[in-house]
Design a protein around this ligand. Structure first.
Ligand SMILES: [Mg+2]
Length: 224
């Protein structure tokens, strides 16, 4: 499938190196009583009114988490009939999020095979200590590009270009990008990167191993 050797792997964080995000949103729903669809509708109403999506603004580090939650809480109040407790959102969310050990093991194997490893995440500035404590980030990845610190987010082409630049400028054809969100995968593919759309370990791990050259594919892992 690939005729050029993959030299670099760029992985998403949430939903790829962790358990599925839906279970975290479900935990928030159970613990706060805020239905997931109400959350989505509240954000859509804010986005329509303010012409910018509040989650995108949060992920680009343009608004702080407490301001985001206050805005969302105020918007939800109308729909729910009371002002919901929003301040524990991150705590509940992260309590239900766990490392995906199989994928983390695969990342370690790819690194040991000599591949350059980067993480590209749409994230929240205030959540950095929480997600960093879930996996050995600095052991696995020489580069982390976090939307909240660079002011852009997937699927904007510029954030992929920045990642490649910070990796020392590999060609897109030398890179494998892994993400669980389809528009993020589509944007990477449009730039010429190899992609795996993560749906499950059973589906994604063999694809990543093959494209990354771990199973005798085009990469050329050094001997032991
Ligand atoms: Mg994700």
């Amino acid at each position: 499938m690939t005729d050029q050797r993959i030299t670099s792997v760029i992985s998403d964080f949430g939903g790829v190196l962790t358990t599925p995000l839906m279970s975290s949103f479900a935990a928030v729903q159970d613990d706060t009583g805020i239905p997931m669809d109400e959350l989505g509708r509240a954000m859509a109403r804010i986005a329509e009114r303010e012409r910018v999506h509040p989650l995108f603004e949060l992920e680009k580090g343009r608004i702080r988490e407490p301001d985001f939650l206050a805005k969302l809480g105020a918007e939800l109040e109308a729909a729910l009939g009371h002002r919901p407790e929003m301040h524990q959102f991150a705590e509940i969310y992260f309590q239900a999020l766990h490392p995906n050990e199989e994928m983390i093991g695969l990342m370690r194997e790819l690194k040991e095979a000599g591949l350059r490893m980067a993480m590209l995440t749409n994230n929240v500035r205030e959540w950095e200590p929480r997600w960093r404590s879930m996996l050995p980030v600095d052991e696995l990845f020489e580069l982390v590009v976090d939307s909240a610190f660079v002011g852009m987010r997937k699927p904007e082409p510029e954030i992929y270009e920045l990642t490649l630049e910070r990796l020392g400028g590999p060609s897109p054809q030398e890179c494998l990008f892994v993400d669980d969100v389809e528009p993020n995968v589509d944007a990477a593919r449009a730039l010429g990167l190899h992609t795996v759309h993560f749906a499950s370990n059973d589906q994604a791990i063999p694809e990543i191993r093959r494209i990354g050259g771990l199973d005798g594919g085009p990469a050329d892992p050094p001997g032991p």
